[in-house]
Write a protein that binds this ligand. Structure first.
Ligand SMILES: Cc1cc2nc3c(=O)[nH]c(=O)nc-3n(C[C@H](O)[C@H](O)[C@H](O)COP(=O)(O)O)c2cc1C
Length: 391
């Protein structure tokens, strides 16, 4: 229902002739690490995403479904590498369908920022440029440049995962092409130094992403709406910038992508962007506004948006077509519903310390927690550990 207070944010968003979201506010992908070692979701996973779907957003995404069983961030992430994984997600997509809620799944290959399968294991990348923060964590890991055959095999892994997702009832797919993970590392001039057909110009660096989009469209007969989470700014001097991506967003539209959502940062700069909210917000806003000039598909972003009023302003001012929330809706799954109903004063507000993200690689943590959401309280010992070690 369109709100008189938030008319821009509550206008429907069209992904395709048959798929529309009731508003332009979405829950961004968050890998919450609620899966077993086999990559299968636990009941807590279903409960959390069920609560997010019920919280007022018009659409949203399950985070970080790995397309390659050997590419993981930790031992608790979602995998989408078999029909059994798809079957486990089917009930969530069924709930979503009954509520006319476009629930998507994000397909991920962690590439150079993954966790090696063994201590001295291999991490795939376009040119063998390691991620310094990943190396600090896994000093014996080896970051290797992918062969042509490995690139083609990986394109097929994305296509297979998309087919599983589509078979399970996912109407939306999101490709994780940001934040330094594999597709993003192909897009960035800092990490893609290839001189073959997979590197060179911005469009050549996007060839891997475009090939994945094309294969997914083929294996799902164009029925799944494919969206791309595009890394537009690495936050590093020699890294990705919005200005390099004008031709890429035009090519994504040409390839049939249904929406593009912009994101900033790679592992070296996560801390800066998580910590400096106004910097992250302004960089995202600038990049999104710039790239919107080069495509007619909806362009949105997520990053340091705390409330619906801010999202309304972004959309009304033409900075973005849709706006995501991550930490703010982890802190209160009902944030959007409460604010649309005029109950902003009852929202549990995020503290923006990103300890939830820290949980992902903290050996003492066994899932993502929240400082303020009473449903996901961080155990005292872990909270105290963070207080003693601000990190
Ligand atoms: C706990 C946590 C898990 C996340 N997992 C993912 C993920 O699986 N995929 C992804 O693309 N981004 C992930 N992100 C990034 C968010 O989607 C979002 O871009 C980022 O948190 C900034 O938005 P915010 O300021 O609203 O939190 C994660 C963030 C957090 C805090």
């Amino acid at each position: 229902v369109t709100s008189a207070v938030y008319p821009a944010a509550t206008r429907p968003l069209r992904f395709s002739d048959t798929l529309n979201a009731r508003n332009r506010l979405y829950f961004a992908p968050m890998g919450l690490d609620l899966c077993g070692a086999d990559g299968q979701p636990t009941p807590a996973f279903h409960a959390l995403y069920g609560a997010l779907m019920d919280g007022g957003c018009g659409f949203g995404f399950l985070g970080n479904a790995s397309v390659d069983a050997s590419s993981r961030y930790n031992g608790r992430g979602l995998k989408l590498t078999s029909a059994a994984h798809a079957d486990a997600l089917r009930p969530l997509f069924e709930v979503a369908r009954r509520h006319a809620f476009p629930l998507g799944v994000q397909l991920q290959h962690y590439g150079p920022q993954g966790m090696p399968a063994q201590a001295d294991g291999v991490l795939l990348s376009p040119s063998g440029v390691p991620s310094p923060s990943t190396l600090r964590k896994f000093p014996d890991a080896r970051t290797v440049a992918m062969t042509d055959a490995q690139i083609h095999a990986c394109i097929e892994q994305f296509a297979t995962a998309a087919r599983h997702a589509h078979d399970a009832g996912a109407p939306l797919i999101q490709l994780q092409a940001s934040n330094g993970y594999l597709i993003s590392s192909f897009l960035s001039p800092r990490t893609n130094l290839r001189t073959d057909a997979w590197g060179g110009s911005p469009l050549a660096r996007a060839r891997f992403l475009l090939a994945i989009v094309e294969r997914i469209r083929a294996v799902t007969n164009g029925a799944a709406a494919v969206t791309v989470r595009l890394g537009i700014d690495d936050g590093l001097d020699d890294g990705q910038r919005p200005e390099f991506l004008a031709d890429v967003v035009a090519a994504l539209e040409e390839a049939g992508v249904a929406a593009i959502t912009c994101s900033i940062g790679v592992s070296e700069t996560f801390r800066t962007f998580f910590g400096e909210q106004s910097l992250a917000f302004e960089r995202s806003r600038h990049g999104c506004r710039f790239l919107k000039q080069f495509t007619r598909v909806p362009v949105g972003f997520t990053g340091s948006v705390a409330d619906v009023a801010t999202a309304e302003r972004l959309i009304a001012d033409g900075d973005a077509d849709f706006v995501g929330f991550a930490r703010a809706v982890l802190a209160d799954n009902q944030l959007v519903a409460k604010e649309l109903a005029g109950r902003a004063d009852s929202v549990h507000r995020c503290q923006w310390d990103a300890r939830c993200f820290r949980d992902k690689r903290e050996p003492l943590a066994d899932r993502v927690y929240c400082c303020v959401n009473p449903a996901y309280p961080r155990p005292d010992a872990l909270q105290q550990h963070y207080e003693r070690n601000p990190g």
